[in-house]
Design a protein around this ligand. Structure first.
Ligand SMILES: [Cu+2]
Length: 155
């Protein structure tokens, strides 16, 4: 099955990489895989147990559309994709189940637009911390991304 083969190749590939290249790929806030590039990955966190908001840019440099279906992180109980809206002057947000990015396109997760909502942190987190997050795609691709914890005031 094509999907299985892809998954296997994914999990096997990091072990074949030379350490220097691996370090480059794991550079904070940046991830590359299968033509996918994530940059500027930030997790905006306020004190207390309020949900955090995740922002990044996801570029599809491949030659086929890709569909983002969600994300997860061991550092939080649950991660959802949301879209912020402004209806009759009231700010609100709604869950999004999937977002498709065409070849050559960049999807922006940014304040007042799409964001990841990180619910219930599983331990203390502070500004400057790194959080491992996995972006999940419809074809079972799983893209690891390291998010920088930042203050909402920095956005
Ligand atoms: Cu939200």
């Amino acid at each position: 099955m094509a999907t299985d083969r892809r998954e296997t190749r994914w999990q096997a590939s990091p072990h074949r990489l030379i350490p220097g290249l691996l370090a480059l790929l794991l550079m904070t806030g940046t991830a590359h895989a299968e033509g996918l590039t994530v940059t500027d990955a930030r997790l905006s966190l306020m004190p207390g147990d309020t949900p955090g908001a995740g922002y990044f840019h996801l570029h599809n440099g491949g030659d086929a559309p890709v569909t983002l279906v969600g994300a997860d992180s061991d550092a939080f109980a649950r991660v959802e994709m949301h879209m912020s809206m402004n209806k009759d002057g009231m700010a609100s947000m709604k869950p999004i189940s999937e977002l498709t990015i065409d070849p050559g396109e960049t999807l922006d997760f940014a304040p007042k637009g799409y964001h990841l909502m990180f619910m219930k942190r599983q331990g203390p987190l502070g500004m400057g911390d790194k959080v491992d997050v996995t972006l999940d795609f419809a074809d079972d691709t799983r893209l690891p991304v390291v998010f920088d914890v930042v203050s909402p005031a920095s956005l």
